[in-house]
Design a protein around this ligand. Structure first.
Ligand code: NAP
Length: 242
């Protein structure tokens, strides 16, 4: 079984790559810049007894996206699981947000998932099996001041997830979204302190989440046990919304 995880050099994606390897997947590890970190995850996947393949590239770039998928198919085989995890933030209040800031965040977080899903679908349709897991966020459900670009992208991913799930369900391909709350990674470390405080005050479990706590859900959604779950948005947020 073959999985591709975008943005797998650090944070949630890195833990997902290792978790999938532990569950028997050979893993294509995508990253954009952090080569050393990606190599560490490559070693961790191999340590689990699985094949690892580094597939560098910017998921927001069409040519790179094609290369990520073709390299994986040529070197590992037909893709069973795609985890659209790579994401970026570029926060700022709407009045001061540039077009570029808005479009770039949409491109990396949302357009990339559209393109990569379209690229892996023919193979999944042929096999009549597949799993696509999109990394949304609670920001895409509830919104966050200072994140209209990011929230729009994550809300868009939720719409993409539900519509695609309806398109491909009859072919035994499931499409789900995971919506983390505040997880301890490089991404949350650069959030505005006031935003962290406001989110943290709403967490029922009273602490930030760990990347492996999100990875665990992704691995479950990739597994046979999750074969009757599709089109869902599942929060891993410590109970932010109750
Ligand atoms: P992170 O620690 O900042 O890691 C981001 C990963 O994405 C890195 O591996 C990075 O690669 C990769 N990446 C960024 N832009 C890329 C691009 N254009 N092409 C390919 N790879 C790219 O982030 P994280 O916190 O683990 O977040 C992972 C996902 O979870 C994101 O989609 C994020 O929006 C979502 N999320 C996170 C939180 C949270 O609190 N952390 C909450 C909700 C949702 P390089 O190392 O090469 O830069």
């Amino acid at each position: 079984m073959i999985a591709v995880v975008t943005g797998a050099s650090r944070g949630i994606g890195a833990m997902t790559a290792v978790c999938l390897a532990r569950h028997g997947y050979d893993v294509a590890i995508n990253y954009r810049l952090s080569e050393e970190a990606a190599k560490k995850i490559e070693r961790a996947v191999k340590h689990e007894g699985r094949q690892a393949l580094l597939v560098p590239g910017d998921v927001g770039n069409e040519e790179d996206a094609k290369r990520i998928v073709s390299m994986t198919e040529q070197n590992l085989g037909p893709i069973d699981v795609l985890v659209n995890n790579a994401g970026v933030t570029e926060d700022g209040l709407m009045l001061r947000m540039s077009d570029e800031q808005f479009v770039q965040v949409l491109n990396t977080n949302l357009v990339s998932a559209f393109r990569l899903s379209r690229l892996v679908l023919p193979g999944m349709l042929k096999k009549r099996r597949g799993r696509i897991i999109n990394m949304a966020s609670v920001a895409g459900i509830y919104g966050n001041a200072g994140q209209v670009n990011y929230s729009s992208a994550k809300a868009g991913l939720i719409g993409l997830t539900k519509s695609l799930a309806k398109e491909v369900g009859s072919r035994n391909i499931t499409v789900n979204a995971v919506a983390p709350g505040l997880i301890q990674t490089d991404m949350s470390a650069k959030l505005d302190e006031s935003l962290i405080k406001s989110i943290a005050s709403r967490i029922s479990l009273g602490r930030l989440g760990k990347p492996e706590e999100v990875a665990g859900l992704i691995c479950f959604l990739a597994s046979d046990e999750a074969s009757y779950i599709t089109g869902q948005v599942i929060e891993v947020s410590g109970g932010i919304s109750m």
